[in-house]
Design a protein around this ligand. Structure first.
Ligand code: HEM
Length: 537
């Protein structure tokens, strides 16, 4: 490379940094409009603001601490970016839902957008592509279509119980596998042989989501603070080369999944089972999505499902190890409703309120996305006299929202009864319908609310009722026979906050139940494989 070219690029680099600093300083010095007041918040350093006070891990605890000091809506600043932190559900609803037209953008997370080629629904802004892809995702995940996938979810839930009972130490993989294989069937219409083919999918999608999580950590890439670095040529910007390699790798995995379905659809002699891909191919003209966009739209559903439900299920297992009395209560309920002669299924949903209460309380007590999923506001706004500037990042801090003592008395206690007994503010009748996960803050707010809520509700219900019908989970004992403790709180500090590895044993509750489950799962899986090969009906 020529020396003058290097020098010119270095000058460009310094210039872009200076420009950004000036831009940030100007931004910071802007006063709030007349008749409004600035949001309260911690004082920060010139330029950097509070950037160095925000921990890179478990930031939700610091945000909750600040909420206790500055109130349920306050602001923090980092290098000219204003972050508005919300700690009460009613405020999240007022802004993110009722004023959804202003509050449905996403902060510009450059690296997550680059590694997903601007195609990942959760990471992109309020764009025309988002509207088209969201309409498609919402339609595929609607009640009627999701209901059709219940048999597949049931088979995977049962397989998960069998795997867990065989080797509980690999629980993280078994739970993830159940979610990924349901998605692969639902979205791409694929049924795979157990083993290697399945492992490949789990590995690909999990590592993809881990990369998104990793590059989204604030402070990981300078370009997030200094967007002008995007103007640098690739050879001087290693982040660009890294992002483009990752995007290519994901594309090489995702595109053939749809391509396979397209070829099958074009050549099919009789109707194949439905999948989101097949539904798309049948109604292609309704969606206005290009061939490239549909690959990413489908992968957004696939990616959104990965890690999330499995994390919720890990917390549920951990909580039933910690609180065996609640495990006993759900087992008594399941025993009464389901009994010995059949396996639990989705038809039992309305009869098992305690199962639903354990699921919902686990998701409240240990939120999957503890720090919340940020939105951004597209225009200046005023809320209760406070000025909220255009472009501000809005953080609905789920940890604080779901530990709000007004709505959840004794918020730090695991209390499934808050969903079952009338003296609690969260109780709702009838118990055949409530508690359920609809409109639950753990799934976000407004136009960006998680479209996968119903899939999750069904998957968790099936997994919990199947697991505790067939088995009990208990503390493991060491070689001296002493019970090994499980931690009360030891979770990762990133976007999807997962319990760190814990130990437990899985015991069959009554001889024959696992065999019954295994036979049912095996028969259903063989049937799915036959249909996929075009041998069945
Ligand atoms: C325990 C399970 C899950 C939890 C806790 C969860 C939570 C969330 C949250 C908090 C958001 C952001 C909402 C907002 O910005 O206000 C989100 C977005 C999203 N979720 Fe989920 N989710 C779960 C499962 C799923 C599943 C199973 C799917 C797919 C089948 C899915 C697909 C998506 C997608 C595509 C988005 C992006 C939506 C957008 O930006 O427009 N999620 N989820």
């Amino acid at each position: 490379m020529e020396i003058p070219a290097v020098r010119a690029s270095l000058v460009l680099l310094v210039f872009t940094i200076i420009l950004s600093i000036i831009r940030n300083l100007l931004f910071k010095s802007k006063a709030v409009p007349e008749g409004t007041k600035p949001l309260p918040g911690p004082k920060g350093l010139p330029l950097a603001g509070n950037a160095f006070d925000i921990p890179k891990s478990h930031a939700w605890f610091k945000f909750k601490e600040w909420a206790d000091e500055y109130g349920p809506i306050y602001q923090v600043k980092a290098f000219g970016t204003t972050m508005v932190v919300i700690s009460k559900e009613s405020i999240a609803n007022d802004l993110l839902s009722l004023r959804g037209v202003l509050y449905s953008d996403r902060p510009s997370l450059i690296m997550p957008r680059l590694i997903t080629d601007d195609g990942f629904l959760g990471a992109i802004g309020w764009t025309d592509y988002w509207r088209r892809a969201r309409r498609f995702a919402q339609s595929m995940l609607s009640t009627a279509i999701v209901q059709e996938s219940v048999p597949k979810q049931t088979t995977e839930a049962r397989q998960m119980v069998i795997d867990l009972a065989k080797d509980p130490s690999k629980y993280a993989y078994w739970l993830e596998r159940a979610g990924v294989m349901t998605s692969v069937k639902q979205i791409y219409g694929l049924s795979e042989e157990r083993g290697h083919a399945e492992e490949h999918h789990v590995h690909e999608i999990v590592s993809y989501m881990e990369q998104i999580d990793r590059v989204a950590v604030p402070g990981m890439y300078l370009v997030e603070f200094i967007p002008a670095l995007m103007y640098l040529p690739s050879w001087l910007a290693p982040f660009k080369r890294e992002a483009s390699a990752l995007a290519k790798r994901h594309w090489n995995y995702l595109a053939p999944l749809l391509q396979q379905q397209t070829e099958k659809y074009d050549n099919e002699k009789h109707e194949s089972p439905e999948s989101f891909s097949r539904r798309y191919l049948k109604t292609k003209n309704d969606w206005g999505l290009t061939d490239r966009e549909i690959v990413w739209a489908l992968s957004s559903i696939y990616g959104g499902a990965s890690g999330t439900s499995a994390t919720a299920m890990q917390s549920i297992i951990l909580n039933t190890v910690l609180y065996p009395e609640w495990q006993q209560r759900i087992q008594d309920e399941i025993e009464e409703v389901v009994g010995d002669r059949r396996l639990p299924d989705f038809g039992d949903f309305s009869s098992l309120p305690t199962v639903r209460a354990i699921i919902k309380e686990s998701m409240r007590w240990r939120p999957v996305l503890s720090g919340g999923f940020p939105h951004a506001v597209t225009k200046d706004d005023v809320y209760e006299g406070y000025h909220i500037p255009k472009g501000a990042v809005i953080i609905p801090n789920q940890w604080a929202i779901l530990h709000d003592a007004d709505l959840y008395p004794e918020p730090d206690s695991f209390k499934p009864e808050r969903w079952l007994e009338p003296e609690f503010p969260t109780f709702q009748e009838p118990l055949t319908t409530y508690p359920n996960l609809k409109r639950f803050a753990g799934f976000g707010h407004g136009r960006r609310i998680c479209p996968g809520l119903e899939v999750t509700e069904k998957a968790l219900f099936l997994q919990v009722s199947s697991l505790y019908w067939a088995c009990s989970v208990r503390r493991k004992r060491d070689s001296t026979g002493k019970e090994i403790d499980v931690p009360w709180y030891d979770y990762t500090g990133v976007a999807i906050s997962t319990p760190r590895h814990f130990q437990f044993v899985v015991e069959e509750r009554k001889v024959g139940r696992l065999k019954m489950m295994e036979e049912a799962a095996l028969a259903a899986h063989s049937h799915e494989l036959e249909i996929a090969r075009g041998e069945g009906v």
